[in-house]
Design a protein around this ligand. Structure first.
Ligand SMILES: NC(=O)c1ccc[n+]([C@@H]2O[C@H](COP(=O)([O-])OP(=O)(O)OC[C@H]3O[C@@H](n4cnc5c(N)ncnc54)[C@H](OP(=O)(O)O)[C@@H]3O)[C@@H](O)[C@H]2O)c1
Length: 408
């Protein structure tokens, strides 16, 4: 199927039930939490603080450059990813989608986006006939990823979806099924797979640089300012799931997997939520888990929205250790080997991770290259997140099947 045949199902997916036009321009965080059937919905927000727009629009570099539509002009899109298109060789911004008309105008002008390539959430379905757009980049709150990915596939586009892929394995399966139905690519924005230190760490572990892996420890935390689910989607369960694990801890979860190079066979976990704190009325403040791998290695993962900032990954083996601190930030990565091959490792500029992802998807679309971070990887990770919450809720260790699902 080419993805352009408009079946009844596609029409439903394209329509999607978004009816928030009148609220779109309210553009305050408090407007964001109007709930719709089955969860929250896409509603425009005000311009993020400190947003920097380019003085001159970036130019596409190649005739076969892939055109991306950016869905959701929030902090990460405007401050990190959109400026990085200038460094991509084969990707350019072809369209923008936002619920805030003022932002559509300001961002559209700055990036040189034609008026008829500026979409609202209500007009998004029209993107199906916009041949300038090859791929849709979903940078919405996490609870909206699944629905908007399915809509993008229904419009016949490829999808680049931010992490976490979704908030449940069932949603991930729905996204993968939509990708197959449309015969379009699905890539999850796991930027560490394009970051030189993390790539080198993967290589070192493949070469058994610390001997046999015995212990992995990861921690990703920061202390969130006072807020509430009404004003911040990150503490709203429908939009953020359990909270820090899906947002920050997923980097530690990913690193544990790509450095251990095996799937855990069991997980025990606990969560913490202080009473009376509006930040944690719907989500967890902290999530910790311990994993056991078939090789005998053990991983300890911790993540929190309520402790002083850190982001490290440590691997200890029979012959040494690999220390990454900070491990998965936007920049400033530091990494060293301890033991028989003791040395600091300067792997390269971490900033290449952003455009690296864009060119990777472009290569997959144009040349059929295999996607390094496909939907199946996002699904695997959501299964493990579900196992962590299942263990914490039951107070028991859960056994896992090789695909990450909990053994009954
Ligand atoms: N890979 C990474 O390193 C990284 C880093 C940060 C974030 N992320 C991911 O990127 C996604 C967006 O995060 P962000 O930090 O950019 O969030 P954000 O600054 O709050 O922006 C989210 C944008 O989504 C749109 N939106 C639509 N419906 C919304 C609703 N009901 N509530 C709030 N916003 C709504 C708004 O854009 P409009 O006003 O244009 O409609 C809003 O500005 C998340 O999935 C997050 O996990 C990834």
């Amino acid at each position: 199927m080419d993805g352009h045949g408009v079946t009844r199902r596609r029409l439903l997916e394209l329509g999607g039930g978004v009816t928030a036009a009148s609220l779109a321009l309210a553009a305050g965080p408090a407007a964001a939490l109007v709930q719709s059937r089955g969860g929250a919905r896409a509603i425009g927000q005000r311009m993020p603080q400190g947003a920097e727009l380019p003085a001159t629009p970036p130019r596409r570099k190649r005739a076969d450059s892939v055109g991306f539509a950016i869905v959701g002009l929030g902090g990460y899109a405007l401050n990190q990813m959109m400026p990085r298109f200038a460094e991509a060789g084969r990707a350019h911004i072809a369209a923008i989608v936002s619920g805030n008309a003022d932002k559509l105008a300001r961002v559209g002008d700055a990036y040189g986006i034609p008026q008829n390539a500026r979409y609202s959430y209500e007009t998004f379905g029209n993107i199906a006939s916009d041949r300038r757009v090859d791929a849709v980049y979903i940078v919405l709150p996490s609870g909206l990823h699944a629905d908007w990915t399915v809509r993008a596939f229904a419009a016949g586009k490829h999808v680049f979806c931010e992490k976490p892929m979704a908030l449940s394995s069932a949603e991930c399966e729905r996204m993968i099924a939509a990708s197959r139905r449309a015969n379009r690519k699905l890539m999850i924005a796991y930027r560490s797979h394009f970051e030189p230190h993390n790539l080198q760490a993967m290589e070192l572990m493949a070469q058994s640089a610390v001997g046999r892996t015995r212990l992995l420890r990861t921690e990703q935390s920061y202390r969130m300012s006072p807020t509430s689910p009404r004003e911040n989607w990150r503490v709203n369960r429908a939009l953020a799931g359990g909270g820090p694990l899906e947002d920050l801890g997923i980097y530690g979860l990913q690193a544990a997997l790509y450095l251990a190079r095996e799937m855990p066979e069991s997980i025990s976990a606990s969560t913490f939520r202080p009473a009376g704190d509006p930040r944690f009325s719907e989500i967890f403040a902290s999530v910790a888990s311990q994993w056991r791998f078939p090789s005998g290695a053990v991983a300890q993962l911790a993540t929190s929205y309520d402790s002083a900032g850190t982001n490290f990954v440590h691997v200890r083996g029979t012959d040494g250790a690999l220390i990454m601190d900070p491990a998965t930030n936007y920049s400033g990565q530091r990494m060293r080997l301890e033991g028989r091959d003791r040395r600091e490792i300067e792997a390269g500029d971490p900033l290449v991770q952003f455009a690296g992802q864009l060119d990777h998807l472009a290569d997959a679309i144009r040349d059929g290259a295999r996607i390094r971070t496909p939907g199946e990887m996002g699904l695997r990770d959501l299964r493990l997140i579900e196992a962590i919450y299942a263990s914490a809720a039951s107070g028991r260790t859960v056994g896992l099947k090789p695909d990450g699902t909990v053994r009954s």
